[in-house]
Design a protein around this ligand. Structure first.
Ligand SMILES: [Fe+2]
Length: 405
């Protein structure tokens, strides 16, 4: 049968219908994506791409704990790959590369799929997400622009394009595509997010608050990505120096430990980024944040050595530094310095050491550690808005060390 995007899939009608729903949940950042993907596997255990989607969803957690279930799904997919189409087989190979730590190979395979099947939403979204987390904004944009003629006015596609344009500094075009995506589908959270980024970069805080507040009624059923939208709203309040509103959003919206979404995955990478980054930004402005760092530090200690999410690593270190957990901080630093990854050794390690030095008031050291690598911060991934927390830390030390120039 054919999927929503008119691509051939090797399964029955029932599992195919569930597969289409899983694709929609994945692209829509819905809370039910894991159970949807699991449902596809159960409906047709012989459907290689069904297993593959589950593996992809696991990998998108960027957590070492997710590697085992992802590998289980890969093995099931490989067992049934012989009868699959070449496109489906390419996905199985891409998943194997990703799990094996070779994300560049996975990206090449997704791009090869897109060259032949420009409407393959899995390849499109996985390339988009991974270029983003790798800090490769040019590739993120080019990947979308190559297939744009085949997507036209598709809300999900326009949301991706809007975000890629925003990260490229093309704010007017980004805002136009983002607003159009949301106009076509008010539940399009990635499009809402792209517009929020434009408003953040252009310091349009009042509009940003109104934009997100107006869309909130359409977010029923969305997953943890909602927390990131609430974080963006808090960023607008931070710009207006409404610190009580920021802390209220923190406690009730994006770091509510008793919410089902947080309970389901308490150390989800974007959640940790949202939380730690906001506490750091508040403290840079002299706002006391109470004991909020402690639970983050607990999770940080459990993730020492897990660097699958490069951009989360400095956030883990922020929590260890803020809570004075020196032994754990040293263990994390040692792990980064001994890493096989040049990014961890050359960028993450000095950034993390600088975050600790900032905490201790060693501002000259912060400058010495960070100045040589300011141009490489983007390799850690994340958005301009997110990475600004590191630049703010550097600026704070420059000011305190009286070395503003
Ligand atoms: Fe964002």
């Amino acid at each position: 049968m054919k999927d929503t995007y008119d691509l051939q899939i090797s399964t029955n009608a029932a599992a195919g219908g569930l597969f289409n729903q899983a694709l929609r949940s994945l692209a829509g950042f819905d809370a039910d994506v894991v159970e949807r993907a699991q449902g596809v596997r159960e409906a047709d255990p012989g459907f290689a791409l069904g297993h593959c989607v589950f593996g992809y969803v696991m990998m998108l957690a960027y957590s070492r704990a997710a590697l085992a279930p992802a590998a289980d799904a890969l093995h099931a997919a490989e067992r049934h790959a012989a009868g699959a189409t070449p496109r489906e087989q390419a996905h199985v190979r891409a998943l194997a590369s990703w799990i094996g730590g070779d994300i560049d190979s996975a990206l090449r395979q997704w791009e090869a799929v897109l060259a032949q099947f420009p409407r393959d939403v899995l390849a499109l979204r996985l390339a988009h997400a991974n270029y983003f987390w790798l800090g490769r904004r040019e590739e993120m944009r080019a990947s979308l622009e190559r297939v744009a003629p085949r997507w036209g006015e598709d809300s999900g596609f326009m949301a991706c394009l809007a975000f890629a344009l925003e990260e490229s500094g093309e704010y007017a075009a980004a805002e136009r595509y983002g607003r159009r995506a949301v106009e076509l589908d008010p539940t399009e959270v990635w499009g809402a997010h792209a517009v929020a980024h434009v408003l953040e970069m252009q310091r349009r805080a009042d509009e940003g608050i109104a934009w997100l507040a107006g869309l909130e009624p359409h977010w029923t059923g969305k997953g943890a990505f909602l927390h990131h939208l609430w974080w963006h709203r808090a960023m607008f309040h931070l710009a207006r120096r409404e610190f009580d509103a920021v802390l209220d959003l923190y406690d009730r919206r994006f770091r509510n430990l008793s919410s089902p979404l947080v309970a389901a995955l308490p150390d989800f990478h974007v959640d940790v980024q949202n939380a730690a980054s906001m506490l750091a930004r508040l403290e840079l402005r002299g706002v006391a944040v109470g004991a909020r760092w402690e639970e983050l530090a607990d999770k940080a200690e459990a993730r020492i050595g897990d660097v699958l999410s490069a951009w989360t690593v400095p956030h883990w270190m922020m929590a260890l530094g803020a809570t004075g957990r020196d032994a754990s901080a040293r263990a994390m630093l040692a792990n980064l310095r001994a890493s096989d990854s040049a990014l961890m050794r050359e960028v993450a390690a000095p950034v993390c050491e600088a975050l600790l030095a900032h905490r201790r008031g060693h501002h000259g050291l912060v400058i010495a550690l960070m100045a040589p690598i300011l141009g490489r911060l983007r390799e850690l991934g994340g958005s301009h808005a997110q990475r600004d927390v590191l630049v703010q830390t550097f600026s704070d030390s420059s000011r305190r060390a009286q070395r503003v120039a």
